[in-house]
Design a protein around this ligand. Structure first.
Ligand code: DAH
Length: 341
């Protein structure tokens, strides 16, 4: 039995010394010291010993157990230290390697101009209103004095959802005028930017989706002079103090009188050139005094209140502002193009 114990000690010690991982070491502990391990198996034979030998063997067995346990513990510490070292070595960071630079994005030119326009109007006491892009024909057309049969309602221009043509993608931001008049308290002073949709083929100046900014002011005693002053201020703030504006008679169903607002060509100063197509002026927006019928359609007493309205294409403003010649560039989101602004 003594021999058995000594053999066990020898073989197990060398196995422990050679163990190269915590798992292997744990396997050895179970193999030698576990309940069904080799030492236990030897101890089971103690019963066969004489009363004299028993304590001697018992003591020897205990010594073997203790030295195995302490060797395993020592080895465990050693292996853990090695693992930690290896991990530290593999996880070291070379702080001298150049970092990956983070690309910082910036505002899209449309948003830059939109934010400027908002600031200009908020500075003049306007608030920002929102309206739905899916709209009733009633709001997009009828309330705005564009009765059924009017060419602007044609199916070839408008995206209708229903066969009876009563639901559509708004073709202009003007229906927000009707929503605001019906729901807000007077006086009204709002602008409303948003997407509008028309059945246009994509080219350098057209897109089936684009953006407009609607404006509406209603109060007692509002005149065409207020309209001119406000829009002249807008143009000067956007394009510079020296900007010259022109108000040219026009027709819109929802305003009377109506006008279009042009700015003098920045390129030629009004002489006529390629940019203004020889005109000397560049058309920017439509405007006018809100038609009394529109006021009445929206529940406002036209004998007491007057107002003005305007609608301007955001793309046109931005393209003028940044000298962009093709509308498609604005939507393609090519970073090489956008990073210039
Ligand atoms: N809604 C018009 C359009 O899309 C633009 C417009 C013109 C809006 C005159 C107005 C306005 O509010 O008074 O062409």
């Amino acid at each position: 039995m003594k021999k058995l114990l000594q053999d066990l000690k020898e073989t197990s010690m060398s196995a422990i010394t050679n163990a190269d991982s915590i798992d292997v070491l744990e396997g050895l502990r179970v193999k030698y010291l576990g309940k069904k391990g080799e030492l236990t198996a030897i101890l089971k034979q103690m019963g066969a010993l004489s009363a004299e030998d028993r304590p001697v063997m018992g003591q020897l067995a205990n010594e073997v157990r203790e030295s195995l346990s302490s060797s395993i513990e020592e080895k465990r510490c050693e292996l853990e230290e090695k693992m930690l070292e290896a991990r530290l070595r593999s996880e070291t960071i070379d702080v001298t390697i150049p970092g990956k630079s983070v690309e910082v994005g910036k505002k899209h030119p449309l948003n830059t101009v939109l934010d400027e326009v908002k600031d200009i109007f908020v500075g003049m006491g306007f608030t920002i209103a929102e309206g739905p892009e899916i709209e009733f024909a009633d709001y997009n057309f009828t309330k705005l004095n564009t009765e059924e049969g009017h060419p602007a309602r044609d199916r070839s221009d408008t995206f209708y959802f229903t066969d009876d043509d009563h639901l559509l993608l708004r073709t202009q931001t003007s229906p927000v005028q009707a929503h605001v008049m019906e729901t807000q308290e007077l006086p009204i002073r709002i602008i409303s930017p948003g997407r509008v949709y028309r059945k246009d083929e994509v080219d350098a100046t057209h897109s089936p989706m684009f953006h407009q900014i609607e404006g509406l002011v209603i109060d007692k005693g509002v005149t065409m002079g207020d309209l001119k002053g406000t829009l002249d201020t807008l143009m000067k703030e956007l394009y510079g103090e020296g900007t010259v504006t022109r108000f040219r008679p026009h027709h819109f169903p929802f305003t009377e009188p109506s006008c279009e607002v042009d700015v003098q060509c920045f390129e030629c100063g009004g002489k006529g050139c390629r940019v203004c197509k020889g005109e000397g002026w560049i058309e920017i927006l439509g405007a006018g005094m809100v038609h009394p019928k529109v006021l009445e359609n929206c529940g406002i007493d036209s004998s007491v209140y007057t107002g003005y309205a305007f609608g301007v294409g955001l793309e046109r403003l931005a393209m003028r502002r940044f000298d962009i010649s093709d509308l498609r560039l604005v939507y393609e989101n090519d970073v090489r193009f956008l990073s210039q602004f």
